[in-house]
Design a protein around this ligand. Structure first.
Ligand SMILES: C[S@@+](CC[C@H](N)C(=O)[O-])C[C@H]1O[C@@H](n2cnc3c(N)ncnc32)[C@H](O)[C@@H]1O
Length: 244
């Protein structure tokens, strides 16, 4: 399975995206009438489209030019282009020449390797008037168990360390930080879907030694309809501006 297909398959399998993932985000910040910046919306801009019912404006920063082109067409088709703007830039590298600041800057499911970059956090904090919110992979999840049982027994530790690092960086910018963990149910159509998704995301579609491959298949076979993905919400507020 290629990356785009894997991404679309996991979004389709995510049965609690509307009942848990988005509501928890909304409970951490009042997006109503706010100017928002989302980093890395991906090919569906699924979170921005949901939040556009509340927000005044949303600016998307996406590094992949092809994804940006697709998003512009999608937003035009959905009659949301007046509310959701797309900028093609790498948030970690490109200094955005934005005159405007945003009430809230948020990002969901970006890799820790991106979120722990000093330049990334510095720019997010500089642009956020009230809050910065990240949804990241939680150590409390079946993904962690799967990786620990196959290729890296320190996966949970690494995730916890990255969350602590991001928290420290946000605090250095003068934010108060709140952390919330939850699990999100993934219900796949069949074994090929769950296998294709995780083989692509977590193993780069690489050939694994036979014993490890067998362990991975056994782990996933038992969880086709009940995979518990873990989400961790890192919500940072400028002091005295909590949940405004
Ligand atoms: C996992 S996907 C999209 C996830 C999406 N936010 C969601 O919750 O469904 C991550 C997206 O972030 C983009 N991305 C990763 N690093 C980025 C960066 N430094 N600046 C801008 N976009 C980035 C990738 O190109 C990709 O489209």
């Amino acid at each position: 399975m290629d990356y785009v297909q894997a991404y679309k398959t996991i979004v389709e399998a995510s049965k609690e995206k509307n009942t848990k993932e988005i509501p928890l985000l909304l409970s951490l910040y009042d997006f109503e009438n706010k100017n928002c910046l989302e980093i890395g919306p991906g090919i569906l801009a699924r979170i921005a489209i949901k939040l556009s019912g509340f927000a005044k404006s949303i600016t998307l920063v996406e590094k992949d030019a092809k994804v940006c082109k697709h998003l512009k067409q999608l937003l035009k088709k959905q009659k949301l282009a007046h509310k959701i703007k797309v900028i093609n830039a790498n948030f970690s590298k490109d200094k955005l020449m934005l005159k405007q600041k945003f009430d809230v800057v948020y990002a969901a499911w970006l890799p820790f390797s991106v979120l722990t970059q000093q330049a990334f956090i510095d720019q997010a904090c500089k642009l956020a008037k009230d809050a910065v919110i990240f949804i990241v992979s939680s150590p409390r999840s079946d993904t962690t168990k799967m990786i620990e049982a196959t290729i890296d027994r320190f996966e949970g530790l690494k995730r916890r360390k990255a969350i602590r690092q991001i928290t420290r960086m946000l605090k250095k910018h003068g934010f108060e930080v709140k952390i919330k963990h939850t699990t999100l149910l993934l219900d796949f159509k069949n074994f090929n879907s769950i296998y294709g998704v995780f083989k692509c995301f977590d193993y780069g579609n690489k050939k694994l030694p036979a014993k490890i491959e067998e362990k991975l298949r056994k782990f996933l076979k038992a969880r086709v309809h009940c995979f518990k993905d873990g989400a961790c919400y890192i919500a940072a507020y400028r002091k005295n501006k909590k949940k405004k």
